[in-house]
Design a protein around this ligand. Structure first.
Ligand SMILES: Cc1ncc(COP(=O)(O)O)c(C=O)c1O
Length: 460
């Protein structure tokens, strides 16, 4: 009999509660640091966030509960595509001639093509419940905007998306996808906001960044009573919603009768990787699986975790957010327009940053061509063309599988395959025709961007 490669869950095995890592961070002696008010430098109070988020999400952001029930209407919508598949990439193993077992948890089967609807549905639901009429947001790769556009449509909310200009130009079909769900999409920086006009005044050719697009979306929400802001990554409640990924993957690895030695994912703001990793990370924090390794992968053009500084910084360019304790390249940093648009963010999730800083998680950065080489190898082995973002995780897994081969070591690797790359054909065309520049991070840019960090000491 051939080896089993698919580990499918039934619809009634979708998790019914999200998993909150905070109690485990506290118990392990590394409690998360609070976000600070940029003026007083004191921990923020929930009311500061009230103009932007509904109360239910603010409460999730600060919750110390381990489990948070998923509301029925959200679960009903999860059933449109969840549970997602976990597969063993046996054909990739064979191509690499590695003794490692490689599994991947595939979020590309969602309607928008990535993990992003897991939180978009939840955020739209809570906003609708709170009586909000419209949601504004940013999008890098277009995956988040697509997901929120769909979720807003389901809950009868208007949706305004500021799309990073580099992606807006690279990916017209993502814009059309969002418009199909009734969203309004503007290239960012745009002349419609003060933050956008300021950037355009200084850099008329700006290709944009997630930090700038976030500023524009927040500005709109802060100025209108009936509009809230929604974020696609980085904050605690977003990672919380994404834990359905890891909770399912845990059940599926049990079905496969294996435990991962290594969990690898890509990190933009940290949501898909946190969502996959945290249910496994709890075991490491509790001392049950001390040897399990966690590898966060990122682009060499925007190496937040590997070259950034652990500091309090703004989440956006125009300095509108609270100060977040995180690895950052500086809120002014505008990464080169690499194709992994969803990974072009100057900061990272505070909890994930903390885990890297405390040595529970490793991080590595790759350049574009080595990432696309891995993506093509994976596609040719498994038939799935991965999103450029997800391909960073594949690169990490392949490198580990090659090391396992060289060391003659059996190893179980779990990849977070966060999305498909069906809207990224331009990127693949550029790679296949040798047109992808090897963009490396310029340390001079870092020095300049870090110079703008707020002067706030950070513990530890
Ligand atoms: C497919 C895909 N993977 C990963 C990311 C990175 O975001 P995060 O770190 O929040 O998962 C994005 C962001 O747009 C994405 O579209």
């Amino acid at each position: 009999m051939t080896e089993r490669t698919r580990f499918d869950l039934a619809p009634d095995q979708i998790p019914t509660a999200w998993f909150n890592i905070t109690p485990d961070l506290v118990a392990a002696g590394i409690p998360p640091l609070p976000p600070l008010h940029p003026g007083t430098k004191e921990p923020i109070t929930p009311d500061l966030l009230a103009p932007l988020f509904p109360e239910a999400l603010i409460m999730q952001e600060v919750s110390g509960e381990q489990w948070i029930d998923i509301p029925g209407p959200v679960l009903d919508m999860y059933q449109l595509w969840r549970p997602t598949p976990l597969q063993r990439a046996i054909r990739l193993e064979q191509k690499l001639q590695t003794p490692a077992h490689i599994y991947f948890k595939y979020e590309g089967t969602s309607p928008a093509g990535s993990h992003k609807p897991n939180t978009a549905i939840a955020q739209a639901y809570y906003n609708k419940e709170a009586g909000v009429r419209r949601i504004s947001t940013e999008t890098g790769a277009g995956q988040w905007g697509s997901s929120l556009a769909m979720a807003c449509n389901f809950f009868d909310l208007e949706c305004l998306v500021f799309m990073v200009r580099a992606s807006y130009e690279q990916k017209p079909y993502r814009r059309i996808f969002m418009e199909t769900f009734g969203a309004k999409v503007l290239p960012s920086p745009s002349p419609t906001t003060e933050a956008g006009r300021k950037i355009l005044g200084e850099h008329p050719d700006s290709t944009g960044s997630l930090g700038i697009a976030i500023s524009e979306a927040i500005e709109v929400a802060a100025a209108s009573r009936d509009t809230n802001y929604s974020i696609g990554s980085c904050l605690g409640h977003v990672l919380l919603h994404q834990t359905v990924v890891g909770l399912e993957a845990k059940q599926q690895m049990e079905m496969a009768g294996e435990h991962p030695d290594l969990v690898v994912g890509c990190v933009g703001g940290g949501s898909n990787y946190g969502g996959l990793a945290y249910p496994f990370m709890a075991g490491k924090l509790r001392g049950e699986t001390p040897d399990m390794r966690f590898l966060a992968t990122e682009p060499a053009a925007c190496p937040t975790l590997t070259k950034g500084k652990y500091a309090y910084d703004f989440g956006d360019t125009a300095q509108m957010t609270p100060l977040l304790p995180m690895y950052t390249l500086g809120h002014d940093f505008v990464p080169a327009p690499v194709h992994a648009g969803g990974l072009r963010y100057h900061g990272d999730s505070p909890s994930l940053s903390l885990l890297v800083k405390e040595g529970y998680m490793e991080a590595v950065a790759y350049t574009q061509n080595e990432v696309f080489e891995a993506a093509v190898l994976f596609a040719q082995a498994q038939g799935i063309v991965p999103a450029p973002e997800s391909a960073h995780a594949i690169r990490g897994a392949i490198n580990e599988a090659i090391q396992a081969r060289e060391a003659g070591q059996e190893k179980v690797i779990l990849i977070g395959l966060s999305g498909h790359g069906h809207f990224d054909m331009q990127a693949y065309d550029d790679y296949l025709n040798g047109r992808l520049p090897e963009v490396e991070f310029n340390p001079a840019d870092e020095a300049e961007a870090l110079a703008s960090l707020p002067d706030v000491p950070i513990g530890g």
